[in-house]
Design a protein around this ligand. Structure first.
Ligand code: FAD
Length: 597
């Protein structure tokens, strides 16, 4: 290996002698053409797999598909167990072959890896990375399996599964590695990469009375969301999850354990902040800044139906005007949804307002709705409560609890996320809408486009997933990430998606109506096209996006893509870390087995 390059990369290394597996130097000139499958002669022998098993403390598994037990015997207790729990996201993430969605029409289908390492520590991860590289295997990394695009799933692969690495530690005064003389100590939380956001919310907010910016869905994993540049309900106040990253420990393709921060391996650190999961190495630990906890979180919701298309157009205009004038700020996030049935669904979350203040903000809009003969309102509500109780499961009517014997008491999920658990996707797309559309003559175009799109499919505006209008610190921190810079100019991310109940391979269910599923996918395309007319090239969120997006480099990362590509070449020139539409994946076949460039 070229010595100068190695020294540059070596910023913060854990001595190889501490690892339970030999570290093999990376030969950047060796361009592999074809990865090895179980049917190939070069596939590792049983003895070699057994050596790996010993190196990882006996935690090498041969995962089976979720419904494998049912294929063997529909009446077995193992099959009954799957059927009973398949709508529980925590159950799914406990399974080595678990994927939180059951596939995507014409895109991907869940398939177990040939082997999985249920890693317990960084040494296990390094052993897996080295084994995959030395034997030229297709490597897959999974935390919880929440990837809509199937990027934590890969048949014929070796899976490194971080689920069991889930320790969470609070810090009063954290200084990122190498920043000792540059940055003041600050409160933070460290989480091993298999932790889920509810684990952090429990430690940081429920028990610790502070705030950490993570995802909205409680069962999503920390490593995947941070690398996605993902969002939570209050990202307008605190930025993306990536914006809060202070430090990460990562095992890179050469088997080295690196600590990345603003002061140590800063290029890798930046790439991890939104450059996409599964492309840079295996993250084993993240440390995120924590914030003072606002005293109150609030919620406003309900549905409003219009009796005619004309009344619905008017409702869209009024709702967007209300959003622009009263909600487009650091306080408010989450959703308004416009449906083909001429209904507006509201599900908004806020921070920093008392119950009375929340009511005062919404009352004029609710009054306008109630005064119209052309509108019917249902369940309009505007409330607030103590922020510290937001993620408490006990007695929370909006949460489902993981009721399995022995499940952690703090594990629950929002009822609003239930439909997504195990869903089979017909289609999915997203685009950011620039805040300029809220102003002047552009506003009418926005209203028309929302109406036109809603003729084809439900249009979901996720305001918290656009950082335009956010707190200045949130914008600045998000600008210092790899996510498409357009995210900080957008007032919302539009998501248009649909599917049907779970359809895992081997699951007993009525045959899928493929014609209807394809029609649904087409409607999603038609709806998105209406909005792309007013927001061409406005970008799309990497983890909630279209599997078939042809311009993914530009859409996910915009002007940041060339820099990401160069960092990829530096840390993973052989493309050991491949995911569908990940940085550098254009060099590989769709399945990641054949190098084509
Ligand atoms: C039901 C549901 C709800 C969601 N809610 C939200 C939300 O509220 N906000 C939001 O922004 N997004 C949301 N998402 C999208 C989600 O944040 C992304 O899919 C995210 O990447 C999931 O990360 P994970 O670790 O949980 O999932 P996984 O499927 O395990 O991993 C996702 C990707 O990250 C990689 N990865 C995982 N762990 C590591 C690691 N340790 N090192 C390196 N790479 C790793 C995987 O290889 C894969 O490419 C949701 C998705 C689902 C299915």
């Amino acid at each position: 290996m070229r010595r100068r390059r190695f020294l540059k990369l070596a910023g913060a290394l854990v001595p190889a002698a501490l690892l339970p597996y030999p570290v093999v130097a990376l030969d950047a000139k060796r361009k592999l053409r074809q990865r090895v499958r179980p049917s190939d002669a070069a596939w590792p022998s049983a003895t070699e797999w057994e050596k790996l098993n010993q190196a990882v403390g006996g935690n090498l598994l041969k995962p089976q598909g979720l419904f494998a037990a049912c294929a063997a015997d529909q009446n077995s207790s193992a099959c009954g167990d799957v059927k009973k729990n398949i709508r529980n996201p925590f159950y799914i993430s406990d399974q080595p072959a678990g994927t939180e969605v059951s596939g995507w029409l014409d895109a991907w289908s869940p398939a177990p890896s040939a082997y999985a390492i249920a890693a317990r520590n960084t040494g296990d991860v390094a052993a897996g990375v080295n084994f995959a590289r030395v034997h030229n295997l297709r490597l897959v990394v999974k935390g919880t399996g929440h990837s809509y695009l199937g990027t934590s799933n890969g048949p014929d692969s070796l899976l490194i599964w971080t689920h069991h690495m889930n320790k969470v530690t609070l810090h009063d005064a954290f200084v990122p590695h190498g920043c000792e003389k540059k940055l003041a100590p600050q409160p933070a939380v460290s989480a091993e990469s298999g932790a889920m956001w509810i684990d952090l919310y429990d430690a940081v907010t429920t028990k610790g009375s502070r705030y950490v910016q993570g995802g909205g869905c409680t069962s999503v994993g920390v490593a995947g969301l941070v690398q996605s540049g993902g969002f939570g309900s209050l990202s307008k106040a605190f930025g993306t999850a990536a914006a809060g990253l202070l430090e990460a420990e990562v095992v890179t393709a050469d088997g080295q354990v690196r600590v990345a921060s603003a002061c140590s391996n800063p290029d890798l650190f930046w790439a991890l902040k939104g450059g996409g999961g599964g492309s840079w190495g295996v993250v084993t630990r993240v440390t995120l800044r924590t914030h003072d906890l606002p005293e109150f979180f609030g919620f406003a919701g309900g549905t409003i139906s219009a009796k005619s298309d004309a009344a619905f157009r008017q409702l869209i205009a009024k709702a967007m005007e209300f959003y622009r004038d009263k909600l487009f700020n650091e306080h408010w996030g989450e959703q308004m949804r416009f449906t083909p049935e001429n209904t507006l669904e509201i599900s908004m979350v806020c921070q920093g307002f008392t119950r009375d203040e929340v009511r005062q903000i919404w009352q004029p809009f609710f009054d306008w709705v109630k005064s119209s003969k052309d509108l019917t309102a249902n369940g309009l509500i505007a409330v607030a409560g103590h922020a510290r109780k937001w993620w408490e499961i006990e007695g929370n009517p909006a949460m489902n609890r993981d009721e399995r014997p022995g499940a952690p008491a703090n594990h629950g999920w929002w009822q609003g996320d239930q439909d997504q658990v195990g869903a089979f996707l017909h289609g999915y797309d997203s685009l950011w809408l620039p805040e300029s559309l809220l102003r002047g003559a552009q506003f009418d175009r926005l209203v028309e486009a929302l109406f036109a799109a809603s003729r084809h499919k439900k249009v979901q505006l996720h305001f918290n997933k656009g950082i335009g209008g956010a707190a200045p610190e949130a914008i600045a921190a998000t600008q210092d990430t790899a996510t498409n810079p357009k995210v900080t100019e957008a007032f919302t991310l539009v998501i248009i998606a649909d599917g049907e109940g779970s359809a895992y391979p081997g699951e007993a269910r009525p045959a899928m109506n493929l014609a209807a599923a394809h029609k649904d996918a087409r409607n999603i395309d038609l709806a998105t096209a209406e909005l792309r007319k007013i927001a061409p090239n406005s970008g799309s969120y990497v983890s909630e996006s279209n599997f078939f997006n042809k311009s993914w480099q530009r859409e996910y990362w915009g002007t940041n893509y060339p820099r990401l590509r160069a960092i990829k070449e530096r840390y993973d020139p052989d493309g050991l870390f491949f995911v569908h539409h990940g940085v550098g994946s254009e060099d590989w076949s769709e399945d990641g087995f054949t190098r084509i460039a």
